[in-house]
Write a protein that binds this ligand. Structure first.
Ligand code: GAR
Length: 188
């Protein structure tokens, strides 16, 4: 079983989708550690409910390199092989990325390279695109850059709001992310 580390900062719905896929036997992996830089995040609450190992400490006021070194220690101790960012709203240090080079994945709610950064769904909506979606990519030192592994297209419909569009993209994320992680861990 491939040992996954999940990094999250918020609601954790992608984390729950990954966890669900594992429980249903669709993803041959186990969650060895859940890390959050926001201790009160809903994703942390869910991880604790499920009895998963959690490291949750605020990153506020802690230099990036120092925080990431701590997280790296926790992941290594837990034997984590792949790191899955699931709404982890922080750039990773170069040292962290080198430590897990090629084995850090992220999900982003747009068809990259369009609309990187925060509020990608709103950016796409306000730009007036007719098709947007989500992207799973390997993580490098840039913001939502790095080799694209998989994408799912989502139409922008007549009468959509940012909220309705975001909800439709999120559904696509919940399908794409676990399936892509499964493909990656099977192929390595
Ligand atoms: C998701 O929409 C994810 O794609 C996005 O944050 C949300 C987290 O939701 N990530 C990024 O924008 C990364 N740049 P979740 O906590 O419910 O999974």
């Amino acid at each position: 079983m491939t040992r996954l580390g999940i990094l999250l900062s918020g609601r954790g719905s992608n984390f729950r989708a990954i966890h669900g896929a594992i429980e249903r036997g669709e993803l041959p992996a186990e969650i060895a550690m859940v890390v959050s830089n926001v201790p009160e995040a809903a994703g942390v609450v869910y991880a604790r409910e499920k009895g998963l190992p959690v490291f949750a400490e605020t990153s506020k006021g802690v230099p990036r390199a120092e925080f990431d070194r701590r997280v790296l220690g926790v992941l290594r101790e837990a034997g984590v092989e792949w790191v899955c960012l699931a709404g982890y709203m922080r750039l990773l240090s170069a040292e962290f990325i080198q430590a897990y080079a090629g084995r850090i994945v992220n999900i982003h709610p747009s068809l990259l390279p369009s609309f990187p950064g925060l509020d990608a769904q709103r950016q796409a909506f306000e730009h007036g695109v007719k098709v947007t979606g989500c992207t799973v990519h390997l993580v490098d030192e840039g913001l939502d850059t790095g080799p694209i592994v998989a994408q799912s297209a989502v139409p922008v419909l007549e009468g959509d709001t940012v909220e309705s569009l975001s909800a439709r993209i999120l559904e696509a994320e919940h399908q794409l992310y676990p399936a892509t992680i499964a493909r990656l861990v099977r192929s390595r």
